[in-house]
Design a protein around this ligand. Structure first.
Ligand code: CTP
Length: 402
């Protein structure tokens, strides 16, 4: 993941600085070495001790301090860093940095940096829209600083608009996009499918299913954070895609099939988490179907089984992982699918169990091997399950590509 990466995290004085503690914690959990530099105003919002506790490292704020563990703090914090992240970044910080002013430890460290610098501005909507602030941002972008735009929404000051610090996972995604992680899947291409396909009936209606896409997106994010190149072929979902993956958006099963076949040649691992519609309306009305008789019969044609097609044409060295969402006879149905589709691993779950299946953030899965072996997992977060599945992929692929 981010093991071995040294991240200097600058925190300036805005209400969003409490979110920086969560960011520091997430980065530390991803094995990065996180060193926090706080401005004087930031310390009025959050105590340095909070950052010290979550990172396990002393917090830096005094340019002239002598007992920081570093010889010359602003030089070492800049020189050792793989990336310098400022979140939240205030208008004051942007103004000073855009004009080379170095009057505290953070702005001095920024001037000494020769690594990528990612700035995440967060402030009141009117301050953010202010022409001076915008021109400072423009200037910094032209100078090569990376930015993550603030989000829109309700702010602490009561105003509505653009200026909120993005969610922590979006900041982490942007970081790994800028400094790609290395991990046990480095050099491997993983093709993941996600979401529920939509099969149009007319211009306003479609047939679909309850898949939220969360499991597939968690797999894409986890594989990317473990160093894989990830191609995510996705049907529509309401989940934000992880940055740093190649996104291929599709709608129908036929479009998903074409996209999967196009990218299959490049893949070492294919994980089919998508819920693909088994049937599609034979005729798609050009105009909205009007309400007329008491009943309406839709004739459906069978969609191709994408995974079965991959299984039939499985290349040597490719690992194929399928999903089976069942409501009864879980093991029996799952074992049949693993043989029929020539899979190396099947993730089966009973979607009727509380905490499992569609829309939830958790899942209860059984990992089934072609020899009949079953690993029964307890209820867990979909992201943790994604990592567990990837661990199993590495085991089943031993001796092939990985
Ligand atoms: N799958 C696929 N193409 C289809 C249907 C399913 O690639 N047309 C894949 C899914 O992405 C999943 C696996 O096959 O990885 C199993 O999907 P599931 O819907 O559980 O099973 P089906 O094969 O469709 O069988 P049934 O609906 O009868 O349970």
């Amino acid at each position: 993941m981010l093991g071995g990466k040294f991240i200097t995290l600058g925190v300036t004085g805005g209400i969003a600085s409490y979110k920086a503690a969560d960011l520091a914690s997430k980065l530390t959990k991803l094995n990065a070495r996180v060193h926090v530099v706080m401005t004087g105003s930031a310390q009025k919002f959050v105590a340095p001790l909070t950052f010290e506790a979550v990172t396990g490292n002393p917090v830096h704020y005094d340019t002239f301090a002598s007992s920081t563990g570093f010889h010359v703090p602003h030089i070492d914090l800049a020189y050792n860093a793989n990336i310098l992240v400022v979140a939240p970044a205030t208008a004051n910080f942007l103004g000073k940095t855009a004009h080379g002013i170095a009057d505290d430890l953070l702005t001095t460290t920024i001037l000494a940096a020769n690594c990528p610098v990612l700035i995440c501005p967060a402030m009141n909507v009117h301050m953010y829209a202010n022409k001076v602030v915008q021109s400072n941002i423009e200037r910094l972008k032209q100078l090569g600083y990376y930015f993550l735009e603030p989000e829109s929404g309700r702010m602490a000051c009561g105003h509505q608009g653009k200026g909120r610090l993005p969610e922590v996972h979006a900041i982490v995604d942007r970081i790994v996009e800028i400094i790609p992680p290395s991990g046990d899947l480095s050099g491997i291409t993983v093709l993941v499918t996600a979401g529920g396909t939509r099969e149009p009936i007319d211009p306003v209606r479609y047939i679909s299913n309850r898949s939220s896409g969360k499991m597939g997106y968690a797999l894409a994010r986890a594989a990317m954070l473990r160093g894989a190149r990830v191609i995510l072929v996705t049907a529509p979902t309401s989940v934000a895609p992880p940055a740093g993956v190649s996104l291929v958006q599709v709608e129908t099963a036929l479009e998903m099939r074409d996209a999967v076949m196009e990218h299959y040649a490049a893949a070492d691992v294919v994980i089919k988490a998508a819920a693909v519609a088994d049937y599609r309306p034979r005729l798609v009305a050009e105009q909205k179907i009007k309400k007329e008789g008491d009943t309406l019969v839709l004739e459906l044609d069978k969609n191709p089984d994408i995974l079965m097609e991959l299984g039939r044409n499985k290349r040597k060295g490719v690992t194929l992982v399928g999903f089976a969402a069942e409501t009864e006879n879980l093991l029996e149905n799952a074992r049949e699918k693993i043989t029929k589709k020539n899979l190396d691993l099947l993730v089966a779950n009973d979607v009727t169990m509380p905490g499992a299946g569609f829309g939830t953030d958790t899942n209860i899965a059984k990992l089934i091997h072609p020899d009949g072996g079953v690993v029964s997992l307890e209820l867990m977060d979909k992201y943790d399950l994604a990592n567990r599945i990837l661990d199993e992929v590495i085991i089943v692929s031993q001796g092939t590509v990985l």
